[in-house]
Structures are given as C-alpha cells and as structure tokens.
Ligand binder design. Structure first.
Ligand code: HPA
Length: 234
C-alpha cells in the first residue's frame, strides 16, 4: 500500500493502462479483462487487475492533469515496479486533418510546465514515447482500420485556457492534439527507464468545435484500449 494506492505490492501488474477517469478504468477492466479485481479505491481513484489473452494487466485511474498523474505514476513505478505504462485518454483535436474519433499516438509532448520543471531548471527536456510501444500501437491501430495520427501533442496545465495565442503557436507548429497528462508520464518513464506511451482518442475539436456524442464514446474508447493492450504485449 502507498499513500494513494491501496493495493498490496503483488496486486499490480507489470503492465498498467492509465485512463484519467477512474470510471473508465472500471469500464475498461470489466469490458476487456477476464477476472478483473478492484485492487484500490483510495480517494475513488479506482484500479483493477485482471488478465488479457493470458497476460496480467492493471488499469488504474490517474486523475486529470500532470500533478495528479505524477502521484500515481511515481507510486506505480517506485512501489509496484510497473514496467510499461500506457495512458489511454481523450484529447482535443488541433489540426484540420485530425478528426473526431481519430486516434493520436503521442510521439512527444510540448508543455509550458510539468511537475518536473523544477528538476530540469534551465534544461528544456524533450519527453518522448517508447519507440517499440509506438511502433506496435501504430500497427495495431492500422490493422483495425482506425484513422491514426502519430506526432506531437500539447500537455496543457489548463482546460479552460485564457491563452489562445499558445494554442495558435502549437497549431502553427503541427501539434496534433491537446490533453493534460502525457509530458509528465514520458518524463517519469525516462527518469526510471520504463516504457511509456499515450494513446489518445480525439473527443472534441478546437477548430470545428465538434464533440464526440456520448453514445459513440464507448466504441471509440474501446478501440483505444485494444490498441494499448496489443502494443503492450506485442
Ligand atoms: N483541452 C485539454 N484537455 C483535453 C481537451 C481539451 O480540449 N479535450 C480532452 N482533453
């Protein structure tokens, strides 16, 4: 047990999928894993462990934003020995060619700051995905016929953003989507030599202002979970 995760050390698998929303962790575990067991519910941040095609997998909520994700990822790595962490989350589309329901595989992430900014001081560290996971996820996505984009995302500190000029700069520089967690996940994985990837479903769009209808969410998010699971065990 850690401060924020109530599981016993043996109850978390080497491979962890990390949705922001704890109820999505529950849904994904009950939908895709066999014999899922709820292993933590501290602060309602649910985590489950079960089996997928003979492999042990945990699915743990991370909360929203990098400070929250950082707490769970630090504890998963340091106290539970997680080796592979794949964020499964939603993002806002930032380019005209990126559509609602498309999947973005985050090769890298730009941010204004992360919980690690104080560690790096003047250094401008470039967070990046594990290439093996990225390549496997790309193959899995294409084999499902999912429209998929690979490139940079923006890990923002704000959902309600008062700096439209920042969004504009990101768009001018080809950033595919905005979310709030990936940069810190990649930095923590680099620090501890673990594998990390973010698989993101475009749930809303900053240019067209479309949003994924709630009825479509499960189907679209399901593709993302399957892509993440296949990549983890490729
Ligand atoms: N901004 C930040 N995070 C998000 C968004 C967004 O538009 N959509 C989904 N996650």
């Amino acid at each position: 047990m850690t401060v924020h995760i109530g599981a016993r050390p043996s109850e978390i698998a080497d491979v962890v999928l990390l949705p922001g929303d704890p109820l999505r962790a529950k849904w994904a575990a009950e939908t895709f894993l066999t014999d899922p067991v709820c292993v933590t519910q501290v602060r309602g941040m649910l985590g489950f462990t079960g089996m997928w095609r003979g492999h042990r997998v945990s699915i743990q909520g991370s909360g929203m934003g990098m400070p929250s994700l950082s707490i769970y990822v630090n504890e998963l790595i340091r106290d539970y020995g997680a080796q592979t962490i794949i964020r499964i989350g939603s993002c806002g589309g930032m380019q005209p060619h990126v559509g609602i329901r498309d999947v973005i595989l985050a090769m890298t992430s730009t941010s204004v700051s992360t919980p690690s900014s104080t560690v790096f001081r003047e250094l401008n560290f470039a967070p990046c995905a594990d290439f093996g996971l990225l390549a496997s996820a790309h193959k899995a996505a294409l084999s499902r016929g999912v429209r998929t984009h690979v490139g940079g995302v923006y890990s923002s500190d704000t959902f309600y953003d008062e700096r439209p000029d920042l969004t504009e700069q990101m768009q001018r520089h080809g950033i595919l989507g905005v979310e709030m967690e990936t940069a810190e996940l990649y930095i923590l994985a680099a620090r501890h030599q673990r594998r990390a990837l973010a698989v993101l479903t475009v749930s809303d769009h900053l240019i067209t202002h479309e949003a994924l209808p709630s009825g479509d969410r499960e189907r679209s998010f399901g593709a993302m979970v399957e892509i993440a699971l296949e990549a983890a065990f490729a």
